[in-house]
Design a protein around this ligand. Sequence first.
Ligand SMILES: [Zn+2]
Length: 498
Amino acid sequence: MKAKMATMSAAIWLAAVGVTGCGAAGGPEAKGAADVAVRALTNETQTSSIATSTPAEGSNATVTPGGQAGNPAAAESQPYPVVNTHVPPKVYGMRKFPYPYDAMLAISSDADSETLRKFNLVHEFINTTQMTPLGKGLGLDFADSFFMYNGDNLPGYVDIHHEPMSDELSWFKGVSNQPYAAAVLNHYIHVGWIDTMHTFGDFSERNQNETLFSRKLAIQAIDALKADGDYLTVWTDHGNKSNVDNFGDYGRTPFYDYQQGANPWSKYYHTDITIPYGIRFVWPDGASDQFGMSSMIYPLRLPDGREVWGFWRYTSEGFNAKGDPEWNWTPFGLDEQLSPAHLKEIEVHHDYAIVAQHLCGTTYPGVLPQPAVQALRRLAQQYYEGKILVTRTSRLLNYNVVQQYVSYRVTYEKGKAYIHILAILDPVFGAYVPTVDDVRGLTFYTSNPAETVIEIRNTAIPADLIQENRSDGVAPSIGIKWWAVDTTNYAETAPGVY
Ligand SMILES: [Zn+2]
């Protein structure tokens, strides 16, 4: 009753001083919090761990945000939370995504037919906020994939002006040990425009019984990456059966027998080098028509006994009459992929989405046709409205692990609540105590953010990385800040690289 009166008086006061907006809609935080079916935690350890074979359906430590969650427009118009400071704070549990977002999405673009010309056009448009040939830049966090080698002899062109396949962007020239685009690719990995290995290279051949891949090339590639301090955590399989370094789906059906990368008895074996190097997340060649998922990851045991995280990508919309996937992962399918219905779906269900693409995959002169540009603008709008957090694949996947497997404990002392992040109980790579960067974005519902402290074990997170949030309709929250988007234009040209 008291709380109700406080609301009304706050609303009346706001009206009196001429503040517009739905002042009373948000409600006082104490009331909003009491209204939701959340469990206050008292000095007990919470683990958001769930059965590893099924996608996460949340956990007992997770509160599903309600109706107006994540609408910053609505949040902006609310008065600042009214909090009774005489009442000790209560921590209710985790918010699935960083405030104010309802969903998280990454575009995972394969390096097929990539050239520096196309790569720069795409990234200047998506990553920066400058004027570009495709219009004003979107300022989104997007990272690409790349090849180390080019052993492709397929017919066709890689870019406009009948540019031959031999000019496809790769670290080394062909399958040699001579650098081709090494310097510029190294630059893009360092600045965050690349975060994914699209296997070791493009080894697609007209004759799928032949390949130019060898274990020696894998060793040379990993040595080169390490020498330049380039550590990538994401691997996506590529191409036809000549790409014997693929390994994610060996043994699933006879079709995947060509995937020899994790077979210790094969001359193409390389996961004994590649996994210890640092690959944690693997997309095994395969179709999925599920746009949003509550979790993108699943434990994937390889033929050599190693375990990594497998992950899903949305690649196609349904299946045709013959049962083949209706692939929509080129720029011509982007409008269908990022349809309003798909975007709405992940917002409503609080899902993740990883959208497989080949943004540089065509010889379309402007690289992205207008419907694709419009689709990306639609996505950007959802981001700027605070609904969908758009981020690079590696960050989404890391967050997915952390959100799903964080173990924390809440203690209360002298009117304050302390959230101790104890460990990430990663069932694949083992439990570890995270760094601050590992837990970027983790957000906890609390009745009073100002009296709630987040710590890793017993060390407080630096104040400049803490974000206090007003109620999203469920409760106020406190979180570790997500990564700031870097909109710097990092585009470079390189002599002799098309
Ligand atoms: Zn590919």
